[in-house]
Each structure stands twice: as structure tokens, then as C-alpha cells.
Design a protein around this ligand. Structure first.
Ligand SMILES: NC(=O)c1ccc[n+]([C@@H]2O[C@H](COP(=O)([O-])OP(=O)(O)OC[C@H]3O[C@@H](n4cnc5c(N)ncnc54)[C@H](OP(=O)(O)O)[C@@H]3O)[C@@H](O)[C@H]2O)c1
Length: 255
């Protein structure tokens, strides 16, 4: 074969060029960084969120073929309406953040835990169900869960339950929905706007403390988790996997 002949397995050819990618929760943090990777690949990227201003700002930062739609994943009618009129989707990324359900178990208000499920578990499941008829056989779904699901960190039993419930669905869905691929990425602590609600000094101290206890010596960056999500979507031979992107923070310490 001549050195100029096209090799179909060439790593230069992006399997995502021209493909349609929907990033639910793409106006900020991990979702926005993920959308940027796909856009750089030449994919047709759609980002969603609840705030049109944040969506437009994110679309402008990302550039490329990006469009933005306001869809509240907590609203079943809005989710159904979005996918009903939408056409075919190749890759679906679920990066919707929840806010509730954390804290020491003895003090955990059960209504707060239920709100945590309403904020993350149910929106992810609802969107995945609504999107199913639009997803191609050679496409993929990637859920963004959290390493707390299996890291045994005190104060995260509620978050472990919410994210663990999502992660538990990955292997059976990968088999049931095949050849559609289903995977998840479980991030450790990542410096995203999700943490903006924590006062600056407190946030800085927390990041330093968690970073110091993490094998790589720091907390994560959104683009590092995005790279893992992008890899799972792009690699047609990976399904049923929950991939940790934690800098090693979830590894057993032997304590
Ligand atoms: N950052 C971390 O340390 C960390 C650690 C472990 C796991 N994670 C997980 O990573 C994922 C992304 O988190 P992040 O840190 O990137 O958060 P983020 O910066 O707050 O981004 C969350 C995105 O989700 C959208 N969103 C939230 N609720 C929504 C809803 N009901 N309907 C539509 N859009 C919604 C937000 O837009 P609007 O608010 O404008 O709607 C935003 O685009 C989440 O699942 C989170 O649990 C994050």
C-alpha cells in the first residue's frame, strides 16, 4: 500500500465529524467542555440548559457548529417536546447537575435526598427514555455520574445513592439497548461553576484539601472529564463501562 493511500483505521479521521451530538447540561462546566471537544471534531453539537443567556454565552465560547436550546430536564413535557421535533441523534451526553442530597447521613433530610433524586436521577432517566427513538444504532449515550457512587466518602451516602443508581443502570442498558452503546464517566471533584455557590475562601480551602489527598495532587479540570466522555462516545468498541476520572481520588487507601 502506498504511503498516501487512505487507511480506514487512521486515527486522523474523526468518527465524530458531521455526527449529531446532544449535550444536555452543555451551558457550563463539564458539559460545556465536552461540547467544545465534539465541536472541534467537526460534529454538529446541540447544547441544552435552563437559562438562555448561559446557553448563548456557552455557544459563543465553544464556537463551531453549535446550537443552543432551552430545555428544563426536570419538566417531562419540555423534554418530550424537545426530542419529538428533533430528528436523529448520534451521541447523547447527559451532564445535568443536581444540587441536593449531600451531607452527613444522620442529619440528612429525606426530603432533601428525594430532591436530589429529582434533580439528577430522574432528569437523566427521563431524558434517556425520551431520546431513545432518536438515537441511531451506531450511536452512544454517556452519563456523567460521580465518583462518590463508589468512593466511600463520609457525607456522601445520599450522593452515592443517586449516582450509584444511575451507574447501576449502565451494564443492563448496554446489553438491552445494543448495539447502541451506553457508558458513564464518574468524575471526582472538578473545578466547575457548580462550586460557585461556595464562598471563595471556603472553596479554595476545600479544593486544596481534596487536591492534597488526591494521588495527582489536585482537583480536576472540566476538559479532563470531557476528554474521557469524548473518548467513550468516539470509540465504537466500548460499552457498559463506568470510567473514573478522579485523579485517583477514589482509590482505596487501606484505612
Ligand atoms: N464539578 C464536580 O466537582 C463534579 C463532581 C462529580 C460529579 N459531577 C457531575 O458532573 C455533572 C456536570 O457537573 P458540572 O460540575 O459541570 O456542573 P455545572 O457547571 O453546574 O453544569 C451543569 C449543567 O447542567 C445544566 N442543568 C442543571 N440542571 C438542569 C435541568 N434540570 N435541566 C437542564 N439543564 C440543567 C446547567 O445549566 P442551567 O443550570 O442553566 O440549567 C449546566 O449547563 C453533574 O452530573 C455533576 O453531578 C461534578
Amino acid at each position: 500500500m502506498s504511503s498516501t493511500a487512505k487507511n480506514p483505521a487512521s486515527p486522523v479521521a474523526s468518527p465524530l465529524e458531521g455526527r449529531r451530538v446532544v449535550v444536555m447540561g452543555g451551558s457550563s462546566g463539564i458539559g460545556e467542555a465536552t461540547a467544545a471537544f465534539f465541536a472541534a471534531d467537526g460534529a454538529e453539537v446541540v447544547i441544552t440548559g435552563r437559562d438562555q443567556g448561559r446557553l448563548d454565552a456557552a455557544a459563543a465560547r465553544i464556537g463551531g457548529k453549535v446550537s443552543a436550546y432551552r430545555v428544563d430536564a426536570g419538566d417531562p413535557e419540555a423534554v418530550d417536546a424537545f426530542f419529538a421535533g428533533f430528528g436523529a441523534v448520534d451521541h447523547l451526553i447527559l451532564a445535568l447537575s443536581g444540587a441536593k442530597g449531600g451531607g452527613p447521613f444522620a442529619e440528612l433530610d429525606l426530603a432533601d435526598l428525594a430532591a436530589g433524586f429529582d434533580g439528577k436521577f430522574w432528569p437523566h432517566v427521563r431524558v434517556l427514555k425520551a431520546a431513545l427513538p432518536t438515537l441511531g444504532r451506531d450511536g452512544s449515550v454517556t452519563l456523567v455520574t460521580a465518583a462518590s457512587a463508589h468512593a466511600a466518602l463520609p457525607g456522601t451516602a445520599g450522593l452515592a445513592a443517586i449516582n450509584g443508581a444511575l451507574q447501576a443502570m449502565v451494564p443492563p442498558l448496554a446489553v438491552e439497548l445494543a448495539p447502541l452503546r451506553v457508558n458513564a464517566v464518574a468524575p471526582g471533584l472538578v473545578d466547575t461553576p457548580w462550586w460557585d455557590g461556595v464562598p471563595d475562601e471556603q472553596r479554595k480551602a476545600l479544593f486544596e484539601k481534596v487536591g492534597a489527598a488526591t494521588p495527582v495532587g489536585r482537583v480536576g479540570r472540566p476538559e479532563e472529564v470531557a476528554r474521557a466522555i469524548h473518548m467513550l462516545a468516539a470509540n465504537g468498541f466500548i460499552t457498559g463501562v463506568v470510567l473514573d476520572a478522579t485523579g485517583g481520588a477514589n482509590l482505596a487507601t487501606g484505612r
